[in-house]
Design a protein around this ligand. Structure first.
Ligand SMILES: [Ca+2]
Ligand SMILES: [Ca+2]
Length: 418
């Protein structure tokens, strides 16, 4: 019922930081689902006309959805890359039986890195040795039949209509990381006059995914505020605002801050106001029980309305949320059969994000919060927006593209609360 991918995305960002990723993107015109397959004889090649995402894009692999024919006539296959003048810019020959199998699958063939611009052709010659998958759902007009000596596009002469044929051949290349220019446009933060931070973001191959702002206490290095924005395209000016506040969780007896939270895009089924903000936490049902990752959901008014673990199991939903989900269910009956939280025993451990001067950001745990009040009053657990301490704050912006490039920019100027 509740979308989890946002948090998983956040967690994955944390995990992938510092890891060595190969940041590839795939150019594809097929839909990934095969409806047909053909092999072709000696001179004819399956060719796809690609358009480079930008000039001098580095192409480094070709992916082909194919399998060996039962009795290959000849072992080698050839992949050729031509520019838009039909001049060959790269060529590899390899042994089909070493690379393709007896079942259809995506096979990645390494080619020497080559820079391509504008339109370019990738042609696959298999000499009746390999069936090449065909997607027939989304004719792109980019699948052709080619031949070499001299390089040329042949007349379409196979049975399937050309406008229903997409060779399942993809071009795989590097995705350069985004660049961030960070500027603090207004540096004093208060509810009446928020600080304003602008990030000018450029990505050469136009596959931006998201931007995340952290406002970091200069002394403690704790993140007091974060703001996530989904992006697309290649050039964006993103404005962030901060009113000098942070989130605090309190159970009536004790409170902890700053708590790391995420805004939610809850599907609009009436739940929105109840599940708007969530916080990653560790759930411990009883003192000796294992700790498991979960998300606590809070409403616009700060009330605690749901607790869902990382597998999607709901340990608690509030009476308000149950009423929206199903009007006829009695909450006390529901509670008996479904709510696993134990009053005075179950504990939640919330997180704060820490951004050390030289290391990557990481999550640190707060002391546990015990659920000691009645479920009928939402355990009296609340998420409150409170004033952050006066002082200096750093701004950090983290931008990700769809090829898992992550770039972190720390602002030279900071913001402050008087
Ligand atoms: Ca298909
Ligand atoms: Ca990129």
């Amino acid at each position: 019922m509740i979308m989890m991918h946002r948090y998983l995305a956040v967690i994955l960002i944390l995990i992938s930081q510092g890891a060595l990723c190969e940041n590839f993107v795939s150019l594809a015109y097929d839909d990934g689902g095969m409806e047909d397959a053909v092999k072709m004889d000696g001179i004819r090649g399956h060719s796809v006309l690609f358009t480079a995402p930008y000039d001098n894009w580095t192409l480094s692999r070709v992916a082909i959805y194919g399998k060996l024919t039962p009795k290959p006539i000849s072992d080698p296959f050839i992949i050729e890359v031509w520019d838009d003048d039909l001049d060959q810019v790269s060529k590899v020959t390899d042994d089909a039986v070493l690379i393709f199998g007896n079942e259809f699958e995506w096979v990645l063939v390494d080619i020497p890195d080559v820079n391509v611009s504008r339109d370019f052709f990738v042609s696959f010659y298999e000499f009746e040795g390999i069936y090449t998958g065909i997607d027939r759902d989304s004719g792109s007009g980019r699948s052709l039949i080619t031949a070499g000596d001299p390089n040329r596009v042949l007349e379409w002469d196979i049975e399937l209509p050309q406008n229903e044929t997409n060779w399942m051949i993809r071009a795989v290349g590097h995705s350069p990381p985004p660049k961030i220019g960070l500027e603090v446009l207004s540096d004093s933060a208060s509810p009446d006059s928020p600080a304003m931070i602008e990030a000018k973001i450029k990505d050469p191959d136009h596959n931006l995914k998201s931007a995340l702002l952290y406002v970091v206490n200069n002394k403690s290095r704790e993140v007091v505020w974060s703001d996530f924005k989904a992006l697309d395209g290649g050039e964006k000016e993103v404005q962030f605002f901060w009113s000098g506040t942070m989130y605090q969780v309190s159970n009536g007896r004790t409170s902890i801050a700053p708590v790391f939270v995420t805004d939610n895009d809850v599907p609009d089924l009436g739940y929105g106001a109840y599940l708007n903000i969530s916080a990653l936490c560790l759930l411990q049902l009883e003192p000796d029980a294992p700790q498991i990752y979960a998300f606590a959901y809070f409403g616009d008014d700060g009330r605690f309305n749901a607790l869902v673990d990382y597998l999607g199991f709901a340990h608690y939903i509030s009476q308000d949320v149950l009423n929206i989900a199903s009007h006829d269910v009695d909450y006390m009956n529901y509670k008996k059969g479904n709510i696993t939280l134990v009053k005075d025993k179950s504990r939640l451990i919330f997180y704060k994000m820490v951004v050390p001067p030289v290391q990557d950001p990481y999550l640190a745990s707060h002391r546990p919060v015990v659920l000691s009040k009645s479920v009928l009053f939402n355990y009296r657990l609340e998420l409150e927006e409170v004033s952050a301490d006066p002082g200096d704050y750093l701004v950090v912006v983290e931008v990700e593209d769809r090829a898992s490039n992550i770039v972190i920019e720390k602002g030279e100027a900071g913001v402050y609360i008087i």
